[in-house]
Structures are given as structure tokens and as C-alpha cells.
Design a protein around this ligand. Structure first.
Ligand code: CP
Ligand code: NVA
Length: 308
């Protein structure tokens, strides 16, 4: 595979291989530091939206392994405005060895990959967030062990980009995935169809509900994300009226499995989708999850650069 644009482009075995490599590189990093497997390589990072985790974790992933990264802000590139995406891709292919792109429109990251001669990684689009999904899976495996088949993953809130990648990685790994969202904020039907196709092979059960209480029953993982994603800011007042029943708070968490963990990709809007007591409580793994971006992405980069 040349690029990393969607987890659903990969097979169960390939996803497991990436996760095993992430575990190995994480151990190596904490033991004696990573080997310089990215020496001589620079990752270009094209951002059309803000970022803390994605930007810093990719930059550090490259540096820890002897490579480097170059941040390209929205104003510098003007993707598709100052210059066509095809031209940007072909020019950058002669300067850097890999590209990470965070775009609004998913078609733009696909277009970059089409024209680039170098690997392209999706660092979040309006459709999905595959690097987040890999870090989420790594975190779930760390908490529940590799024999995690049959776990119940519940996502509450907006059927957004983060939910799409969580659905696909859950289906690939044989986890049951339940999503509860308000009417009008469902998951993309195309993403559901892809998930259902995968789930047929892995026997994962996919359930789509309205009721957050029904959704958290027997949940081993309770996951939420912002009610208003980047680019939807003008809808935030409307969404803040609709989404409160989906807030992850102590009452709702108490309805899940007693050993359930609470996840959020961050940034969190504290006391909106996730209350402070839960975010900072014993069941929360939100910072482990954020830190795992680093390790999961080292594995993705290593496989795309074909160096590990
Ligand atoms: N979770 C995540 O992608 O965070 P950033 O938007 O800060 O990169
Ligand atoms: N759904 C959020 C995720 C941020 C990491 C967004 O797209 O803004």
C-alpha cells in the first residue's frame, strides 16, 4: 500500500501488523530510544486546519527515528487555491519523502495521493481520521490485551470523522461497535456500508441507535468527540441544544460495564461532551490515547517507508 488514507483500505492482518509494530516501537522508544530508521527522510505536513496532537506527534515520530518534518501552514500552500492539488503533490514529491495532510474535503487528500510519487497519510479529513483510529485501537489493546475479540465499543454523539475510523478499526478487529447519535447526525451511510462489509467477515456486530443509555449497556469502551467539528463552527449554538443527552458523565458511565474505559480523541470541550470528573477520573484513558498517536504513527510511517 503506497498511502494511508483510510483504515478500511487495509486488511485485518495488515492492521494487526501495524499495531504489533507500534507496540514494538513504543517499547524500543522507552527502553533505549528508537533506531534511526527514518534517517535521510523528511515528512512534509500540510495543514488546512489547526492541530496539536497530529502536528507534534508526527514531527516527533520522525525525529525520534532520525528523520525530520516540515510544517506547512494553510496560508503557505493555499491547497487548490494558490495552486492546484495535482501541482502541489508533484512539486512536493521532489522535496520530501512523505506527506501528511489534514484537509477539509476528503477528496483533496485522495487527490494529493493520486498525484504524489511519495506516500501520503491522511491526518484527518471531513470523512475520517485513520491515524486517530490506529492510536485508539492501540490503547484499547493495551487496556484489554490482544485477545480483545468481542469487546463492545460504544461511541456517543456526532457521527463524524473520528467515529468513521473507530467503526472501521473496530469491525476489522472483530469488536462490536455501537453508535448513538441524534437524528440528523448519523454516520455517513457509505462508511456504514464499508463497515458492514468488513463486519460480515470478522463477525463484529454493528448497531446504530438514538438512545445513549441503551448504547452504553455492557460497553467496555465509551468514546465521545466534540459535538462541533472543525469547519462546522457556525452550527455550534444549534448543536449545543441538541447534543446534551449524549454527554459522557458519571451517571452514564455507571450504566456501562464496571471496567469500562472512557476515550476521547481530544481536543475536548470539557463539560460539554465529556464532564471534568470523568475526563480526569480513573476510567479515563484520554492522555494515554493522545500519547499513543506517536507510537501508532511511527508504525504507519515505517511500513510506508518500507524500513521496518
Ligand atoms: N486528536 C487530534 O487529531 O488532535 P489535533 O486536532 O490536535 O491534531
Ligand atoms: N471531529 C473533530 C476531531 C478533531 C481531532 C474535528 O474534525 O474537528
Amino acid at each position: 500500500m503506497k498511502d494511508f488514507l483510510a483504515i478500511s483500505d487495509y486488511t485485518t492482518d495488515e492492521v494487526k501488523d501495524l499495531l504489533n509494530l507500534a507496540i514494538k516501537l513504543k517499547k524500543q522508544y522507552f527502553k533505549k530510544g528508537n533506531k534511526a530508521i527514518f534517517r535521510g527522510k523528511v515528512l512534509g505536513m500540510v495543514f488546512q486546519k489547526p492541530s496539536l496532537r497530529t502536528r507534534v506527534s508526527f514531527d516527533m515520530a520522525m525525529r525520534h527515528c532520525g528523520g525530520d518534518a516540515l510544517y506547512l501552514s494553510p496560508n503557505e500552500i493555499g491547497l487548490g487555491q494558490r495552486e492546484s492539488i495535482a501541482d502541489v503533490a508533484r512539486v512536493l514529491s521532489g522535496y520530501v519523502q512523505g506527506l501528511m495532510a489534514r484537509t477539509f474535503d476528503h477528496a483533496h487528500v485522495v487527490e494529493l495521493a493520486k498525484w504524489a510519487d511519495i506516500p501520503v497519510i491522511n491526518g484527518l479529513s471531513d470523512y475520517n481520521h485513520p491515524c486517530q483510529g490506529m492510536a485508539d485501537a492501540l490503547t484499547i489493546i493495551e487496556k484489554f490485551g490482544k485477545k480483545s475479540k468481542g469487546l463492545n465499543i460504544t461511541y456517543l454523539g456526532d457521527g463524524n470523522n473520528v467515529a468513521v475510523s473507530l467503526l472501521h478499526v473496530s469491525a476489522l478487529l472483530g469488536w462490536n461497535f455501537t453508535l448513538a447519535s441524534p437524528e440528523g447526525y448519523d454516520l455517513d451511510p457509505k462508511a456504514i456500508a464499508i463497515g458492514e462489509n468488513i463486519a460480515k467477515k470478522t463477525k463484529s456486530k454493528l448497531t446504530f441507535l438514538r438512545d445513549p443509555h441503551e448504547a452504553v449497556k455492557k460497553a467496555h469502551v465509551i468514546y465521545t468527540d466534540t459535538w462541533t467539528s472543525m469547519g462546522q463552527e457556525e452550527e455550534s449554538a444549534k448543536r449545543e441544544k441538541i447534543f446534551p443527552p449524549y454527554q459522557v458523565n458519571a451517571g452514564l458511565v455507571a450504566e456501562a460495564d464496571p471496567d469500562a474505559i472512557v476515550m476521547h480523541c481530544l481536543p475536548a470541550h470539557r463539560n460539554q461532551e465529556l464532564t471534568d470528573d470523568v475526563a480526569d477520573g480513573p476510567q479515563s484513558v484520554i492522555f494515554q490515547q493522545a500519547h499513543n498517536r506517536l507510537h501508532a504513527q511511527k508504525a504507519i510511517l515505517a511500513r510506508l517507508f518500507d524500513v521496518a
